[in-house]
Design a binder for this molecule. Structure first.
Ligand code: PLP
Length: 396
């Protein structure tokens, strides 16, 4: 028996454990100090009422002979796929119902999709990057090319001849930088993928944070994208499903490589290896798409967006450079006075008891940057920014 040795090439991720250890050490040494955590990528508001009611009803159905459900369709129930299709049509994207696959979240599908592609394919990711794109490809032994995402290109790099690759990851709104591609920029990526016979894996996990109507929420708003892209989406941040688990992946039927429809391969993969998302959870997710459900989730999204505004207003007052925060829950800021990411982490923890995420944890280009998130409580966000404003960062 031989193991998959590619796993030995994975770099251990110490980012969140190091943060946790530093916070623990500080709070033990300074009992009673109120530490505010603005580093987390998890939501904090509970599920909205209609989602809970729909799931309660579904639980009761499962206990009654006539409405009990066993194995469901692996690709998801139509009662959830249909409102997703309608949601897309509101953004002028027309999808067939069998182009939508319900998943237990974007992370799983971003990893699982790689089953369909040869391990010889080259991969292009941006640096800084959501680490899942990198690690899932290292596990399969693929070669990874990095594209510099930095202040010069506004953390929205565009492709050049040097960036040719078979598999291209794009994440917009971006984690960690909060930057969002506009339609013209995404068009350049789509054209580049079409010219080079590449596939774009488009991560739209944060699309619900886009309020600027001119910005694309889906890559399929771009002409030609159905011939070169797969889109991954999630109810995690849209509706607080990080613990409930549900999302979806759109695999267009026009996506054909080596005379093979990727949609068919994905269906085959899912029906073989995936059991589908629980009926109860899909019922909860479908409740998001009712008129009232939409209203309720928007209240939560707006709560986080207001938090983001409180953070960016404070950064503006302090004259700190940042991206994100407007159409994204992430605020990516330049550490003041040339500090390195971990130095700034320690500085904030020790002086104002605020915890964020050092940008260097997302790649080399993240050095000197820092990620704050808007997923904290209103009270904590206000308190954290008050502390920052009162504390003179000029003395750093
Ligand atoms: N994609 C990005 C960019 C993320 O930041 C996250 C979670 O933080 C995910 C995907 C995973 O989402 P899910 O909870 O649906 O697996």
């Amino acid at each position: 028996m031989k193991i998959n040795k590619n796993y030995l090439n994975l770099e251990a991720s110490y980012l969140f454990s190091t943060i946790a250890n530093k916070v623990k050490a500080y709070s033990e040494a300074n009992p009673g100090k109120h530490i505010i955590k603005l580093g987390i990528g998890d939501v904090t508001l509970p599920l909205c009422k209609d989602v809970v009611i729909a799931m309660e009803r579904a639980v009761l159905e499962m206990g009654v002979q006539d409405t009990f459900r066993g194995y469901g369709p692996e690709q998801g129930y139509d009662f959830l796929k249909t409102p997703i299709k309608e949601y897309y049509s509101k953004h002028n994207v027309s999808l067939d119902i069998d182009e939508i696959f319900i998943s237990d979240g974007a992370k799983s599908d971003l990893g699982n999709i790689l089953d369909l592609f040869d391990t010889d394919n080259t991969v292009l990711v941006q640096d800084p990057v959501y680490p899942v794109y990198v690690d899932t490809n290292i596990m399969a032994g693929r070669k990874i090319k990095y594209l510099n995402s930095n202040a010069e290109n506004g953390f929205l790099p565009l492709p050049t001849e040097n960036d040719k690759a078979d598999i291209i990851y794009l994440c917009s709104p971006n984690n960690p930088t909060g930057a969002v591609y506009n339609k013209e920029q995404l068009k350049q990526w789509v054209d580049f993928a079409l010219e080079n016979n590449s596939i774009i894996l488009f991560d739209a996990a944060y699309e619900c944070f886009i309020s600027d109507e001119t910005l694309p929420r889906s890559i399929f708003e771009i002409e030609g994208a159905k011939k070169c892209a797969i889109e991954f989406c999630s109810f995690s941040k849209t509706a607080g499903f990080t613990g409930t688990r549900c999302g979806y992946t759109v695999v267009p039927k026009d996506l054909v490589y080596e005379d093979t429809m990727i949609n068919k391969l994905w269906l085959r993969r899912q029906t073989t290896k995936f059991n589908g998302v629980p009926y109860i959870v899909q019922k909860g997710a479908a409740a998001i798409f009712t008129e009232n459900g939409q209203k309720e989730i928007m209240e939560n999204i707006n709560y986080y967006k207001e938090n983001a505004k409180i953070i960016t207003d404070a950064l503006d007052k302090l004259g700190i450079w940042y991206t994100g925060g407007t159409n994204s829950p992430y605020i990516w800021l330049k550490c003041p006075n040339g500090m390195k990411s971990w130095e700034f982490f320690d500085y904030l923890l020790n002086n104002v008891q605020i915890v964020g995420t050092p940008g260097s944890g997302f790649g080399e280009n993240g050095e000197g940057y820092f990620r704050l998130t808007s997923f904290g409580s209103r009270e904590n966000t206000i308190e954290a920014m008050d502390r920052l404003l009162k504390h003179s960062l000029a003395n750093v």
